[in-house]
Design a protein around this ligand. Structure first.
Ligand SMILES: Cc1ncc(COP(=O)(O)O)c(C=O)c1O
Length: 487
């Protein structure tokens, strides 16, 4: 494993229109779709009522049964010094926990729920499919419908293979790249997270960074040796990596917008330069759009920036809250996968009908404009409101956002002001203690945030401007608490 270089300058990136956007989807219907929700869920409880008594009881039982009491590390609230909240239900933009506390939710299951919790269209589609059977071990027409929707929307994808998670998509994309090129080395970005794939658990973001183990024990040295790490946004470092390993590089694997060290945007022209370098060196470019796919635009980050990868990994939104992933690319490339070609990859529950139904119901509710324009408006207001509230309280933060993906970075006091976070090393300097104070105050006031500085917040189509304003007003109190604790 090697980490190569870092440069300093920054430019504002442009956002060219999507290269291929064909949609026959109906426009999103209005908030009446949510009328069947328990309207009480919209009201958050006041501070004095907040308690995690039942969650704490669940947690003490859970730690006896599951490592750390959780099924995925970031769900443990370890890095913010709390016991995890056990959730009972979610509706629209809100969560209700085991103690009856209600929260405006910005975790949104870490991204899949672009329509909000328990969206009626998704509920109906899943219920309908469940009554017909939950898994067949045979092909089903829903797979074709979802594949068609994805290939129409995502510019570089002509053919997809469905898997069960983003991790599987990333793992399989790497196998495809290695199988097709006959090369071994994968270049990844410092802090990039591609699921818990062995080769990618080197300098990994998300829970790995949150819990301070970005390179996990249990990864064979021989596997880690084939992974070369460079800083995101540092084209000189990538050139250096190609010079050092040129003919051995199978692929560059990257999130086009980083989301697992908090949101970090690509510099102007950076993605195009990466694309050119891959082409010049005979390496494939893999965009891991598990988080950004159907999130930052209907055509993903590749549509937003007009840069086409060879292979795209998808997950999260395409499963509408059920476990699904996919990887895709040109027909020529994808036909190397078994049984069309020799590169083996399989799955008992791949293309699972319930997941396909949930994903399809979700994607059918989206189109190139809607709800992306309104999500961006909500996102902008949240970003501006939080930045102003932090400034008034004297808490230094730097915000980064793409549409409905957002992170406020709690930058160190007295550090250089105004410089955006462009690298993993910048993100690592953030004041995680201040984030923990902010997180706890927001939780107590009924706002659920990711329990880590190094995650993105997600806004859904179920959030309203009222939710955003409520969040901003609660953030004022939370920032004041951060300022008081820092004094
Ligand atoms: C960019 C990216 N790739 C891959 C993954 C792994 O996806 P999953 O958790 O579904 O395995 C994630 C999960 O957060 C992700 O953000």
């Amino acid at each position: 494993m090697r980490v190569i270089g870092k440069t300093a300058s920054i430019a504002i990136h442009s956002q060219p229109p999507a290269a291929k956007v064909v949609s026959t989807n109906p426009p999103r219907t209005d908030q009446r779709m949510f009328a069947s929700y328990d309207t009480d869920m919209a009201k958050t409880k006041v501070l004095r009522e907040w308690s995690l008594e039942k969650s704490t009881q669940f947690y003490s039982k859970a730690v006896e049964l599951m490592p750390g009491g959780v099924s995925s590390p970031v769900r443990s609230f370890k890095s913010v010094g709390l016991t995890p909240v056990f959730v009972q239900s979610g509706q629209g933009a809100y969560l209700k926990d085991a103690d009856g506390n209600r929260y405006i939710d910005y975790v949104m299951s870490y991204g899949p729920l672009i329509l909000g919790h328990a969206h009626p269209a998704v509920r109906v589609a899943v219920a309908k499919q469940l009554s017909r059977g939950s898994s067949f071990g045979c092909c089903s027409p829903l797979e074709i419908e979802l594949a068609e929707t994805i290939t129409r929307a995502v510019p570089s994808i002509e053919m997809v293979r469905f898997v069960n998670s983003g991790t599987e998509a990333a793992m399989s994309a790497i196998r495809l790249a290695r199988g097709v090129t006959g090369r071994e080395v994968i270049i990844k970005m410092a802090g990039g997270y591609h699921g818990h794939v062995d080769a990618m658990l080197v300098s990994a973001g998300s829970g790995a960074t949150t819990h301070g183990v970005p390179s996990s024990p249990g990864i064979l040295q021989s596997v880690a040796q084939s992974t070369v790490v460079v800083e995101f946004n540092d084209i000189a470092a990538l050139k250096g990596a190609f010079e050092a390993h040129g003919g051995r590089v199978a692929a560059v694997m990257m999130e086009p917008i980083m989301g697992n060290i908090g949101v970090v945007l690509p510099r102007q022209d950076y993605l195009r330069q990466v694309r050119d370098l891959c082409r010049a060196n005979g390496a494939l470019l893999i965009f891991d759009e598990v988080m950004t796919g159907f999130r930052v635009s209907f055509s993903g980050a590749q549509g937003l920036f007009g840069v086409m990868p060879d292979i795209t990994c998808l997950g999260k939104v395409i499963g509408g809250g059920l476990p699904t992933g996919a990887y895709g690319g040109s027909k020529a490339l994808m036909n190397h996968i078994s049984p069309a070609g020799p590169i083996y990859q399989a799955g008992t529950l791949s293309g699972n009908p319930l997941a396909m139904a949930a994903g399809l119901a979700t994607l059918q509710y989206l189109n190139p404009d809607d709800p992306y324009a309104s999500l961006a408006l909500l996102g902008r207001r949240l970003e501006e409101g939080l930045a102003a509230a932090a400034e008034n309280a004297g808490v230094p933060i730097r915000t980064a956002r793409s549409g409905s993906m957002f992170t406020p970075f709690f930058v160190p006091r007295g550090g250089d002001s105004g410089t955006p976070i462009t690298h993993y090393s910048d993100a690592l300097k953030c004041d995680t203690r201040a984030y923990a104070v902010f997180f706890k105050s927001m939780l107590e006031q009924g706002v659920m945030l990711p329990p880590s500085q190094f995650e993105a917040w997600f806004i859904s189509a179920a959030h309203t401007m009222d939710d955003i304003e409520t969040t901003i007003s609660k953030a004022k109190t939370a920032f004041e608490r951060c300022a008081a604790e820092a004094a």
